[in-house]
Design a binder for this molecule. Structure first.
Ligand code: NAD
Ligand code: DAU
Length: 351
């Protein structure tokens, strides 16, 4: 690994990954390509922006000309694709932008990787690539659909996405699979469960509930709040991705999760308790259409084959995370003072 192209590195998980990689080292240059949509925030990277190994490029993963020029200019040998429209609720009101970024954007990156890394890109029968190249697609457990009370998602579980978001991520995964099987592109797909931790955009459950509780505003719990997510600290997710980059077998999918299933209502209660607020703030609102009831990841493959394991317990991770949001009031206020207010009003006014 010499020159890494990280896409979506100004978002929640991408910015945590950039931090982790700069801490770990072992490469020459890290190029962060991000379109800076509503979810991209350079404040997440303010502390490392002058690191000589780091280059930020504002641009879109669907821009084939730009991507090609980055491969040429920086001799990219590794791609980690975080860039995506990532919020399920937004995918319900605007599915097209999810197809465009998540599917077309992924295919654009795959094409650039194939064309720059294949020893003879004109020979469609050749699967010979430059040594040491790797394309890693950051995917999600949501591609597997929803579970009942029992069972866990394995890498072999059939894809059965239920939201426009998860359908677009599953489509992107299938495109990665096709580039591996048809063109021999060295690649991996990682499918992680719900992340929590610093720099998460406040449209997502945990930062949204912390914000509302702090301000004594109602906490909008969808339906009965008994939906289950399998929570993992974002730094553990990033460490798992670094592990797959280092040791992942080409063409393999790796599930990432920390065996930490919690009902939404439990998380909301914990936030209220930590902040010393009463449960009367909990407001049950109309459920999300097509809401997946339960996710759970079987992480046997990555733990046994690649030796990754989560470092955080949920108890320490969530306490640290709540404190992080309390300590980063200015970071949050900048987001809340922008277009986010309009989104919040549109999203929750009729719920
Ligand atoms: P995020 O919404 O916080 O960040 C997405 C980033 O991508 C932003 O910086 C945004 O500006 C950028 N972006 C969006 N469209 C772009 C485009 N066309 N070109 C270039 N950049 C673009 O998302 P996140 O929560 O950090 O998720 C990152 C990735 O991880 C996504 O692919 C998501 O599907 C996946 N994932 C997320 C979770 C989770 O719990 N958040 C769990 C598993 C997988
Ligand atoms: O499982 C991985 C996925 O986790 C990622 O692929 C997605 O990018 C990420 O956004 C996340 O999806 P979820 O839909 O699970 O996350 P969200 O934070 O939106 O919601 C978590 C749960 O909380 C879900 O069951 C819906 C519920 N919820 C969410 C919001 C925003 C509420 O009850 N009220 C809310 O206001």
């Amino acid at each position: 690994m010499k020159n890494i192209l990280v896409t979506g590195g100004a978002g929640f998980i991408g910015s945590n990954f950039v931090h982790l990689m700069l801490e770990r080292g072992g490469f020459e240059t890290l190029i962060n390509l991000d379109a800076l949509t509503y979810a991209g925030n350079l404040d997440n990277l303010a502390d490392i922006e002058n690191d000589p190994r780091y280059i930020f490029v504002k641009g879109d993963i669907r821009d084939a000309g730009l991507i090609g020029s980055l491969f040429d200019k920086y001799d990219i040998d590794t791609v980690v694709n975080f860039a995506a429209e990532s919020h399920v609720d937004r995918s319900i009101t605007d599915p097209l932008s999810f197809v465009s970024t998540n599917v077309v954007g992924t295919q654009t990156l795959l094409d650039a990787a194939k064309n720059h890394w294949k020893v003879d890109p004109k020979d469609k029968y050749s699967n010979e690539y430059k040594p040491g190249v790797k394309y890693l697609q950051v995917s999600t457990d949501e591609v597997y659909g929803a579970l009942g009370k029992e069972g866990m998602f394995r890498e072999t579980t059939p894809l059965s996405p239920n939201s426009p978001y998860s359908a677009s991520k599953a489509s992107a995964d299938l495109m990665v699979r096709a580039y591996h099987n048809t063109f021999g592109l060295p690649c991996n797909i990682t499918r992680c469960s719900n992340n929590y931790g610093p720099y998460q955009f406040p449209e997502k459950l945990i930062p949204l509930m912390i914000n509302n509780a702090k301000a004594d505003k109602p906490l909008p719990v969808y339906g009965d709040g008994m939906q289950i997510r399998d929570w993992l600290h974002v730094k553990d997710h990033c460490a798992a991705i670094a592990t797959v980059l280092e040791k992942g077998v080409d063409g393999e999918v790796y599930n990432i999760g920390g065996n930490n299933e919690k009902a939404n209502i439990y998380i909301v209660g914990l936030i209220l308790q930590t902040l010393g607020k009463g449960e009367d703030l909990i407001t049950h609102v109309k459920d999300r259409p097509g809401h997946d009831r339960r996710y759970a990841i079987d992480n046997t493959k990555i733990t046994t084959q690649l030796g990754w394991a989560p470092a955080y317990t949920f108890e320490e991770g969530i306490a640290e995370t709540i404190q992080w949001y309390l300590d980063h009031q200015t970071w949050m206020e900048k987001i809340l003072s922008g277009d986010y207010q309009n989104y919040y009003e549109r999203m929750y006014q009729n719920a």
